[in-house]
Design a binder for this molecule. Structure first.
Ligand SMILES: [Zn+2]
Length: 111
């Protein structure tokens, strides 16, 4: 276990003990306009479970995504972004999505 100094706690997932919903920071919560990459700790105090409306205090930390999903590894392909912090990676992804969206809109504008 000699993982490099990546802040994995920022991407810990939290499970709702009431209904079993899992908050995944790399996905965010589009029901409540929580952007992808928002750590559970940075959710607004008013945030509630999107499934059963339990308070965030009803959630329990079930650990990061690194072990199970390989999400982080997939981000690093060929671009050297492995050295970026999770926040920087998420900015990169989110920025990419915005650019793709703008490109999509501009195609419509041409018609
Ligand atoms: Zn719930």
């Amino acid at each position: 276990m000699s993982e490099p100094a990546v802040d994995t706690t920022a991407l810990d997932r939290y499970e709702c003990r009431v209904c079993g919903y899992v908050y995944e920071p790399d996905k965010g919560d589009d029901k409540h306009n929580i952007a992808p990459g928002t750590p559970f700790a940075e959710l607004p105090i008013t945030w509630r479970c999107p499934v059963c409306s339990a308070k965030s205090t009803a959630f329990t930390n079930i650990g990061g995504v690194g072990a199970a999903s390989g999400f982080k590894e997939n981000l690093g392909y060929g671009l050297g972004v492995n050295q970026l912090t999770p926040t920087q990676k998420n900015l990169l992804i989110f920025g990419g999505l915005v650019l793709a969206f703008l490109f999509f809109i501009s195609l419509y504008g041409l018609q």
